[in-house]
Write a new protein. Structure first.
Lengths: 320, 321
Protein backbone atom coordinates (compact mmCIF):
# COMPACT_ATOMS: atom_id res chain seq x y z
CA UNK A 1 0.00 0.00 0.00
CA UNK A 2 1.51 3.29 -1.09
CA UNK A 3 0.92 6.52 0.70
CA UNK A 4 -0.48 9.38 -1.28
CA UNK A 5 1.73 12.44 -1.84
CA UNK A 6 5.38 13.08 -1.13
CA UNK A 7 6.85 12.38 2.30
CA UNK A 8 8.92 15.52 1.87
CA UNK A 9 6.02 17.91 1.50
CA UNK A 10 6.58 20.69 4.02
CA UNK A 11 10.22 19.70 4.53
CA UNK A 12 11.44 23.12 3.37
CA UNK A 13 9.06 24.94 5.72
CA UNK A 14 10.17 22.87 8.71
CA UNK A 15 13.82 23.27 7.77
CA UNK A 16 13.65 27.06 7.48
CA UNK A 17 11.68 27.47 10.69
CA UNK A 18 13.92 25.17 12.74
CA UNK A 19 17.11 26.70 11.39
CA UNK A 20 15.85 30.20 12.20
CA UNK A 21 15.02 28.97 15.71
CA UNK A 22 18.48 27.49 16.17
CA UNK A 23 20.36 30.49 14.86
CA UNK A 24 18.35 32.88 16.99
CA UNK A 25 18.31 30.84 20.19
CA UNK A 26 20.23 31.87 23.29
CA UNK A 27 21.30 28.25 23.74
CA UNK A 28 23.07 28.29 20.39
CA UNK A 29 24.82 31.56 21.17
CA UNK A 30 26.17 30.21 24.47
CA UNK A 31 27.48 27.06 22.78
CA UNK A 32 29.03 29.07 19.94
CA UNK A 33 30.92 31.36 22.30
CA UNK A 34 32.07 28.44 24.41
CA UNK A 35 33.55 26.77 21.36
CA UNK A 36 34.99 29.95 19.87
CA UNK A 37 36.76 30.92 23.08
CA UNK A 38 38.25 27.51 23.80
CA UNK A 39 39.23 27.16 20.14
CA UNK A 40 40.94 30.55 20.11
CA UNK A 41 42.83 29.63 23.26
CA UNK A 42 43.98 26.37 21.70
CA UNK A 43 44.93 28.11 18.47
CA UNK A 44 46.86 30.78 20.30
CA UNK A 45 48.84 28.15 22.14
CA UNK A 46 49.45 26.29 18.88
CA UNK A 47 50.68 29.46 17.18
CA UNK A 48 53.08 30.18 20.05
CA UNK A 49 54.38 26.64 19.85
CA UNK A 50 54.78 26.78 16.07
CA UNK A 51 56.67 30.07 16.24
CA UNK A 52 59.03 28.67 18.84
CA UNK A 53 59.91 25.61 16.78
CA UNK A 54 60.89 27.18 13.50
CA UNK A 55 58.62 25.99 10.82
CA UNK A 56 60.09 23.45 8.52
CA UNK A 57 56.80 21.63 8.32
CA UNK A 58 55.46 21.73 4.76
CA UNK A 59 51.96 21.56 6.23
CA UNK A 60 52.04 24.55 8.54
CA UNK A 61 48.33 25.23 8.35
CA UNK A 62 47.49 21.65 9.27
CA UNK A 63 49.78 21.70 12.27
CA UNK A 64 47.73 24.65 13.48
CA UNK A 65 44.86 22.20 13.94
CA UNK A 66 46.83 19.46 15.59
CA UNK A 67 49.60 21.15 17.60
CA UNK A 68 49.05 21.35 21.32
CA UNK A 69 50.96 23.04 24.08
CA UNK A 70 50.26 21.96 27.61
CA UNK A 71 48.09 22.55 29.46
CA UNK A 72 45.78 23.14 26.49
CA UNK A 73 44.83 20.32 24.15
CA UNK A 74 44.97 20.83 20.40
CA UNK A 75 42.21 22.48 18.40
CA UNK A 76 40.92 19.17 16.99
CA UNK A 77 40.94 17.53 20.41
CA UNK A 78 38.80 20.38 21.72
CA UNK A 79 36.44 20.02 18.77
CA UNK A 80 36.22 16.27 19.32
CA UNK A 81 35.11 16.99 22.85
CA UNK A 82 32.82 19.97 22.26
CA UNK A 83 31.07 19.14 18.96
CA UNK A 84 28.95 16.48 20.75
CA UNK A 85 27.95 19.03 23.37
CA UNK A 86 26.78 21.41 20.67
CA UNK A 87 24.91 18.71 18.75
CA UNK A 88 23.22 17.46 21.92
CA UNK A 89 22.30 21.04 22.76
CA UNK A 90 20.51 21.37 19.43
CA UNK A 91 18.78 18.00 19.40
CA UNK A 92 17.78 16.91 22.87
CA UNK A 93 14.34 18.60 22.83
CA UNK A 94 13.60 18.32 19.11
CA UNK A 95 10.58 16.04 19.37
CA UNK A 96 9.58 16.01 23.04
CA UNK A 97 9.73 19.81 23.00
CA UNK A 98 6.92 19.83 20.45
CA UNK A 99 4.89 17.51 22.67
CA UNK A 100 5.48 19.65 25.72
CA UNK A 101 4.58 22.87 23.93
CA UNK A 102 1.48 21.01 22.71
CA UNK A 103 2.27 22.00 19.16
CA UNK A 104 2.78 18.45 17.88
CA UNK A 105 -0.81 17.52 17.05
CA UNK A 106 -1.47 20.96 15.58
CA UNK A 107 1.54 20.75 13.28
CA UNK A 108 0.81 17.16 12.27
CA UNK A 109 -2.77 18.12 11.41
CA UNK A 110 -1.31 20.23 8.61
CA UNK A 111 -0.98 18.46 5.26
CA UNK A 112 2.49 17.01 5.91
CA UNK A 113 3.82 13.59 6.89
CA UNK A 114 5.76 13.00 10.07
CA UNK A 115 8.78 12.26 7.88
CA UNK A 116 9.00 15.90 6.88
CA UNK A 117 8.93 17.08 10.48
CA UNK A 118 11.68 14.76 11.73
CA UNK A 119 13.89 15.02 8.65
CA UNK A 120 13.47 18.80 8.53
CA UNK A 121 14.52 19.07 12.14
CA UNK A 122 17.56 16.85 11.58
CA UNK A 123 18.66 18.73 8.48
CA UNK A 124 18.17 22.09 10.19
CA UNK A 125 20.31 20.96 13.13
CA UNK A 126 22.97 19.59 10.82
CA UNK A 127 22.98 22.75 8.71
CA UNK A 128 23.33 24.89 11.83
CA UNK A 129 26.28 22.78 12.97
CA UNK A 130 27.81 22.92 9.50
CA UNK A 131 27.55 26.71 9.44
CA UNK A 132 29.18 26.99 12.87
CA UNK A 133 31.96 24.57 11.99
CA UNK A 134 32.63 26.33 8.69
CA UNK A 135 32.88 29.62 10.55
CA UNK A 136 35.36 28.03 12.94
CA UNK A 137 37.32 26.60 10.02
CA UNK A 138 37.52 30.06 8.42
CA UNK A 139 38.61 31.45 11.77
CA UNK A 140 41.54 29.02 11.88
CA UNK A 141 42.47 29.86 8.32
CA UNK A 142 42.33 33.58 9.02
CA UNK A 143 44.32 33.37 12.23
CA UNK A 144 46.87 31.20 10.48
CA UNK A 145 47.32 33.81 7.78
CA UNK A 146 47.54 36.63 10.30
CA UNK A 147 49.99 35.12 12.74
CA UNK A 148 52.05 32.77 10.64
CA UNK A 149 52.03 34.86 7.51
CA UNK A 150 52.27 31.92 5.14
CA UNK A 151 49.46 31.34 2.66
CA UNK A 152 48.13 27.78 2.81
CA UNK A 153 48.80 25.46 -0.09
CA UNK A 154 46.16 23.73 -2.19
CA UNK A 155 46.62 20.35 -0.52
CA UNK A 156 46.36 21.88 2.91
CA UNK A 157 43.05 23.50 1.99
CA UNK A 158 41.83 20.22 0.53
CA UNK A 159 42.82 18.25 3.63
CA UNK A 160 41.27 20.76 6.01
CA UNK A 161 38.08 20.78 3.90
CA UNK A 162 37.92 16.99 4.21
CA UNK A 163 38.37 17.48 7.93
CA UNK A 164 35.42 19.89 7.90
CA UNK A 165 33.21 17.30 6.20
CA UNK A 166 34.22 14.65 8.73
CA UNK A 167 33.54 17.06 11.59
CA UNK A 168 30.02 17.65 10.24
CA UNK A 169 29.46 13.87 9.98
CA UNK A 170 30.69 13.49 13.57
CA UNK A 171 28.26 16.22 14.65
CA UNK A 172 25.54 14.35 12.74
CA UNK A 173 26.10 11.21 14.84
CA UNK A 174 25.54 13.10 18.07
CA UNK A 175 22.64 15.08 16.66
CA UNK A 176 20.92 11.88 15.57
CA UNK A 177 21.57 10.34 18.98
CA UNK A 178 20.14 13.39 20.76
CA UNK A 179 17.07 13.32 18.51
CA UNK A 180 16.55 9.60 19.11
CA UNK A 181 16.58 10.28 22.84
CA UNK A 182 14.18 13.19 22.33
CA UNK A 183 11.75 10.76 20.70
CA UNK A 184 12.16 8.09 23.37
CA UNK A 185 11.94 10.30 26.46
CA UNK A 186 8.99 12.58 27.01
CA UNK A 187 10.93 14.90 29.29
CA UNK A 188 13.64 17.03 27.63
CA UNK A 189 15.60 17.06 30.90
CA UNK A 190 15.80 13.25 30.90
CA UNK A 191 16.79 13.18 27.24
CA UNK A 192 19.51 15.79 27.82
CA UNK A 193 20.81 13.97 30.87
CA UNK A 194 20.97 10.61 29.11
CA UNK A 195 22.64 12.19 26.07
CA UNK A 196 25.23 13.95 28.20
CA UNK A 197 25.80 10.76 30.17
CA UNK A 198 26.46 8.84 26.96
CA UNK A 199 28.73 11.62 25.75
CA UNK A 200 30.84 11.51 28.92
CA UNK A 201 30.87 7.73 28.90
CA UNK A 202 31.97 7.46 25.27
CA UNK A 203 34.53 10.27 25.28
CA UNK A 204 36.01 9.93 28.77
CA UNK A 205 35.28 6.52 30.29
CA UNK A 206 35.23 4.26 27.25
CA UNK A 207 38.89 4.95 26.21
CA UNK A 208 39.87 3.69 29.68
CA UNK A 209 37.45 0.78 29.80
CA UNK A 210 38.15 -0.55 26.30
CA UNK A 211 41.75 -1.72 27.04
CA UNK A 212 40.60 -3.43 30.23
CA UNK A 213 37.75 -5.14 28.39
CA UNK A 214 40.14 -6.18 25.60
CA UNK A 215 42.46 -7.82 28.12
CA UNK A 216 39.55 -9.68 29.63
CA UNK A 217 38.39 -10.94 26.23
CA UNK A 218 41.84 -11.78 24.84
CA UNK A 219 44.36 -12.14 27.68
CA UNK A 220 47.85 -10.94 26.73
CA UNK A 221 50.13 -13.65 25.38
CA UNK A 222 53.06 -14.17 27.84
CA UNK A 223 55.52 -14.55 24.93
CA UNK A 224 54.77 -10.98 23.80
CA UNK A 225 54.63 -9.67 27.35
CA UNK A 226 58.10 -11.08 28.00
CA UNK A 227 59.40 -9.04 25.07
CA UNK A 228 57.56 -5.96 26.34
CA UNK A 229 55.28 -5.96 23.32
CA UNK A 230 51.51 -5.83 23.23
CA UNK A 231 49.86 -9.07 22.06
CA UNK A 232 48.31 -8.66 18.59
CA UNK A 233 44.99 -10.22 19.65
CA UNK A 234 44.60 -7.95 22.64
CA UNK A 235 45.54 -4.93 20.58
CA UNK A 236 43.05 -5.77 17.89
CA UNK A 237 40.26 -6.23 20.38
CA UNK A 238 41.18 -3.00 22.06
CA UNK A 239 41.03 -1.09 18.79
CA UNK A 240 37.78 -2.72 17.77
CA UNK A 241 36.19 -1.80 21.08
CA UNK A 242 37.54 1.73 21.05
CA UNK A 243 36.16 2.25 17.57
CA UNK A 244 32.65 1.75 18.91
CA UNK A 245 32.95 5.29 20.24
CA UNK A 246 32.35 7.98 17.61
CA UNK A 247 34.95 10.15 19.34
CA UNK A 248 37.63 7.57 18.64
CA UNK A 249 36.58 7.25 15.00
CA UNK A 250 36.69 11.03 14.69
CA UNK A 251 40.13 11.22 16.28
CA UNK A 252 41.50 8.54 13.95
CA UNK A 253 40.04 10.15 10.84
CA UNK A 254 41.42 13.51 11.83
CA UNK A 255 44.81 12.00 12.49
CA UNK A 256 44.93 10.47 9.01
CA UNK A 257 43.71 13.63 7.31
CA UNK A 258 45.60 16.33 9.17
CA UNK A 259 48.89 14.52 9.78
CA UNK A 260 49.95 13.51 6.27
CA UNK A 261 52.75 11.30 7.64
CA UNK A 262 50.21 8.90 9.18
CA UNK A 263 50.57 5.56 7.41
CA UNK A 264 48.20 3.35 9.34
CA UNK A 265 45.62 3.64 12.08
CA UNK A 266 46.13 0.17 13.56
CA UNK A 267 49.05 -2.07 14.44
CA UNK A 268 51.23 -3.08 11.50
CA UNK A 269 54.16 -5.44 11.23
CA UNK A 270 57.63 -4.21 10.51
CA UNK A 271 57.80 -6.04 7.20
CA UNK A 272 54.78 -4.06 6.03
CA UNK A 273 56.92 -0.95 6.33
CA UNK A 274 59.61 -2.33 4.07
CA UNK A 275 60.58 0.23 1.48
CA UNK A 276 58.66 3.02 3.18
CA UNK A 277 60.49 6.29 3.60
CA UNK A 278 59.60 7.10 7.18
CA UNK A 279 58.48 10.63 7.93
CA UNK A 280 57.50 11.50 4.39
CA UNK A 281 53.96 12.68 3.87
CA UNK A 282 51.45 10.58 1.95
CA UNK A 283 49.54 12.05 -0.96
CA UNK A 284 45.97 13.16 -0.16
CA UNK A 285 44.43 10.19 -1.96
CA UNK A 286 46.35 7.73 0.22
CA UNK A 287 45.44 9.57 3.41
CA UNK A 288 41.81 9.49 2.32
CA UNK A 289 42.06 5.75 1.82
CA UNK A 290 43.34 5.35 5.36
CA UNK A 291 40.61 7.55 6.81
CA UNK A 292 37.86 6.09 4.60
CA UNK A 293 36.57 3.25 6.85
CA UNK A 294 36.41 5.51 9.88
CA UNK A 295 34.65 8.28 7.98
CA UNK A 296 32.13 5.81 6.56
CA UNK A 297 31.64 4.47 10.07
CA UNK A 298 30.72 7.93 11.30
CA UNK A 299 28.27 8.56 8.47
CA UNK A 300 26.73 5.10 8.87
CA UNK A 301 26.37 5.70 12.60
CA UNK A 302 24.49 8.93 11.96
CA UNK A 303 22.19 7.22 9.45
CA UNK A 304 21.47 4.25 11.74
CA UNK A 305 20.67 6.48 14.69
CA UNK A 306 18.45 8.68 12.53
CA UNK A 307 16.66 5.62 11.16
CA UNK A 308 16.06 4.40 14.72
CA UNK A 309 14.54 7.73 15.73
CA UNK A 310 12.47 7.70 12.53
CA UNK A 311 11.00 4.30 13.35
CA UNK A 312 10.36 5.27 16.96
CA UNK A 313 8.72 8.53 15.90
CA UNK A 314 6.47 6.91 13.30
CA UNK A 315 5.14 4.50 15.91
CA UNK A 316 4.62 7.15 18.55
CA UNK A 317 1.17 8.34 19.56
CA UNK A 318 0.45 11.98 18.80
CA UNK A 319 -1.27 12.41 22.11
CA UNK A 320 0.72 13.08 25.24
CA UNK B 1 -29.50 15.50 6.96
CA UNK B 2 -27.59 16.39 3.82
CA UNK B 3 -24.93 14.16 2.29
CA UNK B 4 -22.57 12.99 5.04
CA UNK B 5 -19.03 14.42 5.04
CA UNK B 6 -17.80 12.05 7.74
CA UNK B 7 -18.87 8.42 7.94
CA UNK B 8 -17.60 6.03 10.58
CA UNK B 9 -18.56 2.38 10.55
CA UNK B 10 -17.85 0.02 13.42
CA UNK B 11 -14.71 1.99 14.16
CA UNK B 12 -12.37 0.31 16.66
CA UNK B 13 -9.12 1.45 18.23
CA UNK B 14 -7.22 -0.77 20.65
CA UNK B 15 -4.08 0.10 22.59
CA UNK B 16 -2.71 -3.30 23.48
CA UNK B 17 -5.47 -4.90 25.51
CA UNK B 18 -7.23 -1.64 26.31
CA UNK B 19 -10.05 -0.67 23.98
CA UNK B 20 -10.25 3.08 23.53
CA UNK B 21 -12.94 3.09 20.84
CA UNK B 22 -15.19 0.07 20.64
CA UNK B 23 -17.06 -0.18 17.37
CA UNK B 24 -18.71 3.19 16.92
CA UNK B 25 -20.71 4.28 13.88
CA UNK B 26 -21.92 7.76 13.06
CA UNK B 27 -22.42 10.18 10.21
CA UNK B 28 -21.92 13.90 10.14
CA UNK B 29 -23.85 15.91 7.56
CA UNK B 30 -22.44 18.87 5.65
CA UNK B 31 -22.87 22.15 7.46
CA UNK B 32 -24.02 20.82 10.82
CA UNK B 33 -22.47 21.21 14.25
CA UNK B 34 -21.97 17.75 15.65
CA UNK B 35 -21.10 17.35 19.31
CA UNK B 36 -19.02 14.53 20.75
CA UNK B 37 -19.99 14.35 24.34
CA UNK B 38 -18.89 12.28 27.25
CA UNK B 39 -16.64 11.94 30.26
CA UNK B 40 -12.87 12.11 29.93
CA UNK B 41 -11.39 8.91 28.57
CA UNK B 42 -14.58 7.90 26.76
CA UNK B 43 -12.81 7.84 23.38
CA UNK B 44 -13.67 11.26 21.97
CA UNK B 45 -10.12 12.41 21.23
CA UNK B 46 -9.12 9.01 19.86
CA UNK B 47 -12.07 9.18 17.46
CA UNK B 48 -10.96 12.64 16.35
CA UNK B 49 -7.37 11.49 15.81
CA UNK B 50 -8.62 8.59 13.69
CA UNK B 51 -10.64 10.98 11.53
CA UNK B 52 -7.42 12.93 10.88
CA UNK B 53 -5.27 9.88 10.26
CA UNK B 54 -3.10 10.79 13.25
CA UNK B 55 -3.61 7.45 14.93
CA UNK B 56 -4.12 4.04 13.43
CA UNK B 57 -7.51 2.43 13.01
CA UNK B 58 -7.62 -1.07 14.49
CA UNK B 59 -10.89 -2.08 12.87
CA UNK B 60 -13.86 -0.73 10.98
CA UNK B 61 -13.64 2.19 8.63
CA UNK B 62 -13.85 5.94 8.58
CA UNK B 63 -14.17 8.22 5.57
CA UNK B 64 -13.74 11.96 5.65
CA UNK B 65 -14.85 13.95 2.61
CA UNK B 66 -14.71 10.73 0.63
CA UNK B 67 -11.10 9.93 1.61
CA UNK B 68 -9.66 7.28 3.87
CA UNK B 69 -7.56 9.20 6.44
CA UNK B 70 -5.17 6.26 6.82
CA UNK B 71 -4.33 6.04 3.13
CA UNK B 72 -4.76 9.60 1.98
CA UNK B 73 -3.95 11.66 5.07
CA UNK B 74 -2.73 14.66 3.11
CA UNK B 75 -5.95 14.94 1.11
CA UNK B 76 -7.92 14.85 4.37
CA UNK B 77 -5.65 17.22 6.26
CA UNK B 78 -5.69 19.76 3.43
CA UNK B 79 -9.45 20.20 3.85
CA UNK B 80 -9.95 19.56 7.56
CA UNK B 81 -8.87 21.95 10.29
CA UNK B 82 -8.07 20.72 13.78
CA UNK B 83 -7.94 22.61 17.03
CA UNK B 84 -6.42 20.24 19.62
CA UNK B 85 -7.28 20.17 23.28
CA UNK B 86 -5.19 22.92 24.95
CA UNK B 87 -3.61 24.00 21.71
CA UNK B 88 0.02 25.13 21.86
CA UNK B 89 1.99 27.62 19.81
CA UNK B 90 5.63 28.58 19.54
CA UNK B 91 5.94 31.06 22.37
CA UNK B 92 8.99 32.77 20.98
CA UNK B 93 7.19 33.65 17.74
CA UNK B 94 4.45 36.21 17.20
CA UNK B 95 0.88 35.30 16.36
CA UNK B 96 1.43 36.22 12.72
CA UNK B 97 4.67 34.23 12.53
CA UNK B 98 2.98 31.17 14.01
CA UNK B 99 0.26 31.37 11.38
CA UNK B 100 2.80 32.01 8.65
CA UNK B 101 4.56 28.77 9.58
CA UNK B 102 1.27 26.87 9.42
CA UNK B 103 0.58 28.56 6.10
CA UNK B 104 3.90 27.40 4.75
CA UNK B 105 3.12 23.85 5.88
CA UNK B 106 -0.21 24.16 4.06
CA UNK B 107 1.75 25.00 0.94
CA UNK B 108 0.36 28.50 0.43
CA UNK B 109 2.42 30.91 -1.64
CA UNK B 110 3.82 33.98 0.19
CA UNK B 111 1.28 36.54 -1.05
CA UNK B 112 -1.68 34.30 -0.31
CA UNK B 113 -0.18 33.42 3.06
CA UNK B 114 0.18 37.05 4.09
CA UNK B 115 -3.33 37.87 2.93
CA UNK B 116 -4.97 34.94 4.70
CA UNK B 117 -2.95 35.47 7.91
CA UNK B 118 -4.13 39.06 8.18
CA UNK B 119 -7.70 38.16 7.32
CA UNK B 120 -7.88 35.27 9.80
CA UNK B 121 -6.33 37.27 12.63
CA UNK B 122 -8.76 40.11 12.04
CA UNK B 123 -11.70 37.73 12.12
CA UNK B 124 -10.77 36.26 15.49
CA UNK B 125 -10.06 39.79 16.74
CA UNK B 126 -6.33 39.30 17.19
CA UNK B 127 -5.42 41.86 14.52
CA UNK B 128 -4.00 44.31 17.10
CA UNK B 129 -1.71 41.77 18.69
CA UNK B 130 -0.56 40.05 15.48
CA UNK B 131 3.06 41.12 16.06
CA UNK B 132 3.10 40.21 19.75
CA UNK B 133 4.73 37.05 21.00
CA UNK B 134 2.33 34.25 21.80
CA UNK B 135 3.94 33.88 25.25
CA UNK B 136 1.98 36.99 26.31
CA UNK B 137 -1.35 35.52 25.16
CA UNK B 138 -4.14 34.37 27.47
CA UNK B 139 -5.78 30.99 27.13
CA UNK B 140 -8.72 32.50 25.27
CA UNK B 141 -6.43 34.29 22.81
CA UNK B 142 -4.52 31.10 22.07
CA UNK B 143 -7.77 29.30 21.46
CA UNK B 144 -8.80 32.03 19.03
CA UNK B 145 -5.42 31.85 17.33
CA UNK B 146 -6.07 28.14 16.84
CA UNK B 147 -9.38 29.00 15.23
CA UNK B 148 -7.58 31.51 13.00
CA UNK B 149 -5.39 28.67 11.76
CA UNK B 150 -8.51 26.75 10.72
CA UNK B 151 -9.92 29.85 9.01
CA UNK B 152 -6.64 30.31 7.20
CA UNK B 153 -6.83 26.79 5.88
CA UNK B 154 -10.35 27.51 4.57
CA UNK B 155 -11.25 24.15 6.05
CA UNK B 156 -14.48 22.46 5.04
CA UNK B 157 -14.60 20.60 8.33
CA UNK B 158 -13.40 22.09 11.60
CA UNK B 159 -12.68 19.62 14.38
CA UNK B 160 -12.51 21.30 17.77
CA UNK B 161 -11.37 19.26 20.76
CA UNK B 162 -12.57 20.73 24.06
CA UNK B 163 -12.45 24.25 22.61
CA UNK B 164 -13.94 26.03 25.60
CA UNK B 165 -12.54 24.12 28.56
CA UNK B 166 -10.62 26.43 30.85
CA UNK B 167 -12.00 29.61 29.30
CA UNK B 168 -13.72 32.32 31.34
CA UNK B 169 -17.43 32.88 30.61
CA UNK B 170 -16.79 35.94 28.47
CA UNK B 171 -14.23 34.17 26.25
CA UNK B 172 -16.47 31.12 26.07
CA UNK B 173 -19.34 33.25 24.85
CA UNK B 174 -17.16 34.90 22.20
CA UNK B 175 -15.79 31.59 21.09
CA UNK B 176 -19.20 29.99 20.73
CA UNK B 177 -20.29 32.99 18.65
CA UNK B 178 -17.32 32.43 16.36
CA UNK B 179 -18.26 28.76 16.00
CA UNK B 180 -21.80 29.76 15.00
CA UNK B 181 -20.41 32.25 12.49
CA UNK B 182 -18.29 29.47 11.02
CA UNK B 183 -21.36 27.31 10.62
CA UNK B 184 -23.04 30.23 8.87
CA UNK B 185 -20.37 29.96 6.19
CA UNK B 186 -21.22 26.34 5.56
CA UNK B 187 -18.34 24.81 7.50
CA UNK B 188 -19.11 21.49 9.15
CA UNK B 189 -18.09 21.54 12.78
CA UNK B 190 -17.29 18.59 14.99
CA UNK B 191 -16.92 19.60 18.58
CA UNK B 192 -15.93 17.50 21.54
CA UNK B 193 -16.69 18.67 25.03
CA UNK B 194 -17.76 17.68 28.48
CA UNK B 195 -19.34 21.08 29.12
CA UNK B 196 -22.92 20.13 28.50
CA UNK B 197 -24.73 23.45 28.44
CA UNK B 198 -22.29 24.79 25.86
CA UNK B 199 -22.71 21.79 23.64
CA UNK B 200 -26.44 22.21 23.93
CA UNK B 201 -26.16 25.87 22.97
CA UNK B 202 -24.41 25.28 19.67
CA UNK B 203 -24.80 21.69 18.54
CA UNK B 204 -27.38 20.45 16.06
CA UNK B 205 -26.80 16.84 16.99
CA UNK B 206 -24.77 15.11 19.66
CA UNK B 207 -23.27 11.69 20.20
CA UNK B 208 -22.99 10.64 23.81
CA UNK B 209 -19.81 8.64 24.36
CA UNK B 210 -19.43 6.17 27.15
CA UNK B 211 -16.49 3.81 27.62
CA UNK B 212 -15.55 3.77 23.93
CA UNK B 213 -19.08 3.37 22.61
CA UNK B 214 -21.69 5.81 21.43
CA UNK B 215 -24.50 5.39 23.92
CA UNK B 216 -26.92 7.81 22.32
CA UNK B 217 -26.98 9.87 19.17
CA UNK B 218 -29.37 12.50 17.89
CA UNK B 219 -30.61 16.04 18.47
CA UNK B 220 -31.20 17.20 22.04
CA UNK B 221 -35.04 16.93 21.85
CA UNK B 222 -34.70 13.44 20.40
CA UNK B 223 -32.39 12.39 23.18
CA UNK B 224 -34.65 13.83 25.81
CA UNK B 225 -37.53 11.79 24.46
CA UNK B 226 -35.36 8.69 24.55
CA UNK B 227 -33.88 9.17 27.98
CA UNK B 228 -36.33 11.30 29.90
CA UNK B 229 -39.32 9.61 28.33
CA UNK B 230 -40.68 12.82 26.85
CA UNK B 231 -43.24 14.93 28.67
CA UNK B 232 -42.70 17.89 30.92
CA UNK B 233 -41.26 18.20 34.37
CA UNK B 234 -42.73 21.10 36.37
CA UNK B 235 -41.25 22.19 39.67
CA UNK B 236 -43.61 23.78 42.14
CA UNK B 237 -42.64 25.47 45.36
CA UNK B 238 -45.64 26.54 47.40
CA UNK B 239 -46.56 27.12 51.00
CA UNK B 240 -49.89 25.46 51.65
CA UNK B 241 -51.49 25.33 55.07
CA UNK B 242 -53.30 22.16 55.99
CA UNK B 243 -54.13 20.90 52.49
CA UNK B 244 -52.77 17.76 50.91
CA UNK B 245 -50.87 19.44 48.12
CA UNK B 246 -49.63 16.21 46.63
CA UNK B 247 -53.18 14.91 46.14
CA UNK B 248 -54.36 18.14 44.57
CA UNK B 249 -51.52 18.21 42.11
CA UNK B 250 -52.11 14.61 41.17
CA UNK B 251 -55.70 15.47 40.37
CA UNK B 252 -54.64 17.77 37.54
CA UNK B 253 -55.48 16.16 34.18
CA UNK B 254 -52.41 14.94 32.31
CA UNK B 255 -50.21 14.53 35.36
CA UNK B 256 -48.51 11.16 35.51
CA UNK B 257 -46.46 11.50 38.64
CA UNK B 258 -45.94 13.83 41.59
CA UNK B 259 -42.84 13.65 43.66
CA UNK B 260 -42.21 15.53 46.86
CA UNK B 261 -38.64 16.80 46.66
CA UNK B 262 -38.39 18.60 49.98
CA UNK B 263 -40.67 20.31 52.52
CA UNK B 264 -42.83 22.31 50.16
CA UNK B 265 -41.28 21.55 46.81
CA UNK B 266 -42.83 19.16 44.33
CA UNK B 267 -41.89 17.83 40.95
CA UNK B 268 -44.71 17.02 38.56
CA UNK B 269 -44.31 14.91 35.46
CA UNK B 270 -47.00 15.47 32.89
CA UNK B 271 -47.68 14.94 29.22
CA UNK B 272 -48.09 18.68 28.59
CA UNK B 273 -47.14 21.97 30.21
CA UNK B 274 -49.29 21.97 33.36
CA UNK B 275 -48.03 25.21 34.86
CA UNK B 276 -51.40 27.08 34.68
CA UNK B 277 -53.26 24.18 36.30
CA UNK B 278 -50.64 23.82 39.00
CA UNK B 279 -50.85 27.53 39.77
CA UNK B 280 -54.62 27.29 40.00
CA UNK B 281 -54.35 24.28 42.29
CA UNK B 282 -52.08 26.13 44.68
CA UNK B 283 -54.12 29.32 44.69
CA UNK B 284 -57.42 27.51 45.16
CA UNK B 285 -55.96 25.84 48.25
CA UNK B 286 -55.08 29.29 49.61
CA UNK B 287 -51.43 28.52 49.24
CA UNK B 288 -48.60 30.94 48.58
CA UNK B 289 -46.97 30.14 45.27
CA UNK B 290 -43.26 30.82 45.48
CA UNK B 291 -41.88 29.25 42.36
CA UNK B 292 -43.18 27.57 39.27
CA UNK B 293 -40.81 26.38 36.62
CA UNK B 294 -40.87 24.01 33.72
CA UNK B 295 -37.73 22.00 33.23
CA UNK B 296 -36.49 22.45 29.67
CA UNK B 297 -35.08 19.17 28.40
CA UNK B 298 -31.45 19.90 29.16
CA UNK B 299 -28.53 17.86 28.02
CA UNK B 300 -27.36 17.82 31.60
CA UNK B 301 -30.58 16.15 32.70
CA UNK B 302 -30.29 13.65 29.87
CA UNK B 303 -26.67 12.98 30.67
CA UNK B 304 -27.21 12.58 34.39
CA UNK B 305 -30.27 10.43 33.90
CA UNK B 306 -28.49 8.23 31.41
CA UNK B 307 -25.42 7.69 33.56
CA UNK B 308 -27.32 7.17 36.81
CA UNK B 309 -29.60 4.69 35.05
CA UNK B 310 -26.55 2.94 33.75
CA UNK B 311 -24.91 2.83 37.17
CA UNK B 312 -28.13 1.26 38.49
CA UNK B 313 -28.09 -1.35 35.75
CA UNK B 314 -24.51 -2.21 36.57
CA UNK B 315 -25.37 -2.45 40.23
CA UNK B 316 -28.19 -4.84 39.42
CA UNK B 317 -26.06 -7.08 37.24
CA UNK B 318 -23.49 -7.22 40.00
CA UNK B 319 -26.13 -8.25 42.51
CA UNK B 320 -27.56 -10.77 40.10
CA UNK B 321 -24.12 -12.27 39.69
Amino acid sequence: MRREGSPFQGLGAVFIKEMADHLGSARMRVLEWLIVFTAIAALYAAIQQLRATTAEDPFLLLSLFTTSRSPLPSFVAILGFLIPLMAIGLGFDAVNGEHNRRTMSRILSQPIYRDALLFGKFLAGLATLAVSLTALWLLVLGLGLLFLGIPPGGEEIARSLCFLVVAVAYAGVWLALAMLLSVIFRSPATAALVALGLWLFLTVLWPMLAPAAAQAIAPPDPRFTALGLPSPDTLEWQLALQRLSPSHLFAETVLALLSPTTRALGPIFLDQLEGAVMGTPLPLGQSLLIAWPQAVGLIAGAIILFAASYVAFQRQEVRT
Amino acid sequence: MTAPVVTAQALVRRYGDAVAVDGISFEVGRGEIFGLLGPNGAGKTTTILMMLGLTEVTGGSVRVLGHDPMREPLAVKRRVGYLPDQVGFYDNLSAAENLAYSGRLMGLDPAERARRTEEALARVRLGDVARKRVSTFSRGMRQRLGLAEILMKRAEIAILDEPTSGLDPQSTHEFLDMIRALKGEGVTIILSSHLLDQVQRVCDRVALFNAGRIALIGSVPELSRQVLGGGFAVDVEADVEGADMEKRLRAIPGVTQVERLAGDRYRILADHDVRPDAARAVVSANGALRQLAVDEPSLEAIYNRYFSAQARREEETRHAA
